[in-house]
Write a protein that binds this ligand. Structure first.
Ligand SMILES: CC(=O)[C@@H](O)[C@H](O)COP(=O)(O)O
Ligand SMILES: NCC(=O)COP(=O)(O)O
Length: 264
């Protein structure tokens, strides 16, 4: 009989951008996103994610410096692949960067990077970050062509954009949600088969975080906006503990057989 084991725990990255959004709404120093990051680390976060947008609408340069100096939790710095951001990352040296697409007018990150079309622009950015010892992931949709293009850039990881799936569920578009889910399942397996570490994030909540944790190739989720909203009602620490528990429930429902395959 095949020996069946539990799947390894999935890592939780807490995105603190929207604590900074609240701070910036008043123009002062409160609430302090660095305090939120410390609290997240104490509540069980495996890393902190912060997106230094080109327009600095939430996270600012000094937040990145303080996150690295004051918080005992690895930083995943999300950034556009521009010369300015690359220079900041090379100077700050976070352990991880995640390259994301950015459009000034967007309300949030609306899609994944077009790695296929932007290969030549991304290659030198990826190379200079990697040469400095910074791990790079690429925030992409779950399409095969994008995954193959990411593998060609020799990055260690991709992060699959889950926003389309989460929106389809929230809006009750069942057929779209099913199609988006299948694309994430297939994309995660394909990326893993090409040797890429698979992360996922955007728009996740307790329900979707539990479900996506059942995909065995996904090893990290990055979650922010929902948790900062939940913090208003239950507190940030409690919202993080609840999402951690949801992820663990999803993961624990997986049993792995020989070679890490999902057992029936
Ligand atoms: C890249 C991503 O999905 C998130 O980090 C997101 O960018 C959070 O910040 P915004 O809500 O400003 O897009
Ligand atoms: N990369 C996704 C992320 O960091 C968190 O996105 P969200 O939960 O704030 O939508």
């Amino acid at each position: 009989m095949e020996q069946v084991t539990r799947a390894p725990k999935i890592r939780l990255g807490i995105n603190i951008d929207h604590v900074a959004t609240l701070r910036n709404a008043r123009g002062g120093v409160l609430p302090d996103p660095i305090r939120a990051a410390q609290l997240a680390a104490d509540a069980g976060a495996d890393n902190i994610t912060a997106h230094l947008r080109e327009d600095r609408r939430h996270i600012r340069d000094e937040d990145i410096a303080r996150l690295l100096a004051e918080v005992d939790c690895p930083l995943n710095m999300e950034m556009a692949a521009t010369d300015e951001m690359t220079g900041i990352a090379l100077a700050a040296k976070p352990p991880w960067t995640c390259l994301v697409p950015e459009r000034r007018q967007e309300r949030t990150t609306e899609g994944g990077l077009d790695v296929v079309a932007q290969h030549n622009a991304l290659a030198p950015v990826v190379a200079s970050l990697a040469d400095a010892g910074i791990q790079v992931s690429l925030f992409i949709g779950a399409e095969r062509a994008q995954i193959e293009a990411a593998a060609r850039l020799d990055v260690p990881a991709i992060e699959i954009h889950t926003g389309g799936w989460c929106d389809a569920i929230a809006e009750g578009r069942k057929a779209d949600a099913e199609a988006e889910w299948q694309a994430i399942v297939d994309g995660a397996a394909y990326a893993h088969s090409l040797g890429l570490e698979v992360h996922a994030g955007h728009g996740l909540n307790y329900v979707t975080a539990e479900k996506i944790s059942t995909i065995p190739q996904i090893v990290e989720l990055n979650i922010g906006h929902f948790l900062v909203g939940e913090a208003v009602f239950v507190g940030l620490g409690e919202s993080i503990r609840r999402i951690r528990a949801a992820m663990d429930r999803g993961r624990d429902s997986l049993r792995l057989g020989e070679g890490g395959r999902v057992a029936s």
